[in-house]
Design a protein around this ligand. Structure first.
Ligand SMILES: *[C@@H]1O[C@H](CO)[C@@H](O)[C@H](O)[C@H]1NC(C)=O
Ligand SMILES: *[C@@H]1O[C@H](CO)[C@@H](O)[C@H](O)[C@H]1NC(C)=O
Ligand SMILES: *[C@@H]1O[C@H](CO)[C@@H](O)[C@H](O)[C@H]1NC(C)=O
Ligand SMILES: *[C@@H]1O[C@H](CO)[C@@H](O)[C@H](O)[C@H]1NC(C)=O
Ligand SMILES: *[C@@H]1O[C@H](CO)[C@@H](O)[C@H](O)[C@H]1NC(C)=O
Length: 259
């Protein structure tokens, strides 16, 4: 509401269903579309705005009066869980579920709370609570053999993506001069000289240097550092290949039986 109209996850899935029927049209059948989508990786990185632009804004939204942090995390996870099952119906089988990052460490949180450069602990706490629940959702789904799916959890608060030890010089201020209202860059202002030394591009969003590090770490996490659970994206994708092969074999079998 404060940032205008936002397409909810439910509506995104409805739109996705429309696209899937178009894929089915192109490939010849709904079954073929589903087999195709079974091979895809679904990267679900969602939730920070449910805090930053809702729960943390009691002047605009009642959620923090209605729910404590534990209950709010539970409500979000329930909502996510039912949306993921809808995604599963459409054909998704491989999922990356990204946990919340340290919400209290954005330049915006630091600025608004006047903490002189330090993270805002009370805004980090909800992220830890939410992530514990997201990780058990991953366990629950992986244990449901009826789903025939693989889920992984990315721990965005993990010590293994430590901003200072990863060589970023500036972790608590944005590269571009930002607007307080929505945290975006002020148009036509000069950004910092070297953006790859900054974690944050504006008051909320990381730089591509930081995103690249996160992408590499999520893909290849050989030391089981706790950053990816229970496996990294590389292994998730390899699992997919096996299922794909089984598919091909099944199809071949059916073909030879029917011919
Ligand atoms: C704020 O942080 C700076 C740099 O760490 C320090 O020099 C300064 O004394 C701090 N100011 C206050 C009011 O704590
Ligand atoms: C899921 O299965 C694993 C391994 O069998 C087990 O350790 C874990 O407790 C189970 N989790 C849930 C939520 O059932
Ligand atoms: C994520 O990593 C942090 C830091 O290592 C740890 O404290 C937290 O328990 C982890 N969260 C989950 C859900 O495993
Ligand atoms: C991150 O790394 C820096 C420098 O190596 C260290 O001082 C700091 O304690 C680490 N922070 C966390 C949360 O591990
Ligand atoms: C920008 O920062 C990165 C990381 O510290 C450094 O490797 C690079 O040399 C810098 N580039 C310039 C032009 O200063």
């Amino acid at each position: 509401m404060t940032l205008g109209f936002v397409i909810s996850l439910g509506l995104q899935l409805k739109n996705h269903k429309d696209i899937v029927s178009q894929i089915a049209g192109k490939l010849g059948s709904v079954d073929k579309a589903q087999q195709y989508l079974n091979k895809c990786l679904y990267y679900v990185n969602i939730g920070s705005n449910d805090y930053i632009n809702n729960y943390f804004l009691p002047q605009y939204y009642p959620t923090s009066h209605i729910y404590n942090t534990e209950q709010y995390a539970e409500v979000l996870i329930q909502e996510l869980s039912s949306n993921l099952l809808t995604l599963h119906e459409i054909g998704a089988r491989k999922y990356v579920l990204v946990g919340l990052g340290l919400l209290g460490c954005t330049p915006n949180a630091i600025y608004l709370h006047g903490t002189n450069g330090s993270c805002v602990d009370e805004e980090n706490a909800p992220a830890y609570i939410y992530n514990v629940k997201l990780k058990s959702l991953v366990d629950n789904f992986n244990n449901k053999s009826s789903l025939d799916s693989k889920f992984i959890f990315i721990n965005s608060t993990s010590e293994s993506n430590n901003q200072s030890s990863d060589g970023f010089l500036v972790t608590n201020a944005p590269c571009c001069p930002s607007r307080l209202v929505d945290g975006g860059c002020i148009p036509d202002e000069r950004p910092c000289y070297n953006r790859s030394e900054y974690v944050f591009w504006d008051d909320f969003h990381p730089t591509d240097a930081w995103n690249q590090l996160v992408a590499i770490g999520s893909y290849d996490d050989p030391y089981s550092s706790g950053y990816t659970y229970p496996m990294d994206i590389k292994h998730l994708v390899e699992q997919e290949t096996k299922i794909e092969l089984e598919f091909i074999n099944e199809n071949t079998l059916q073909l030879s039986v029917s011919s």
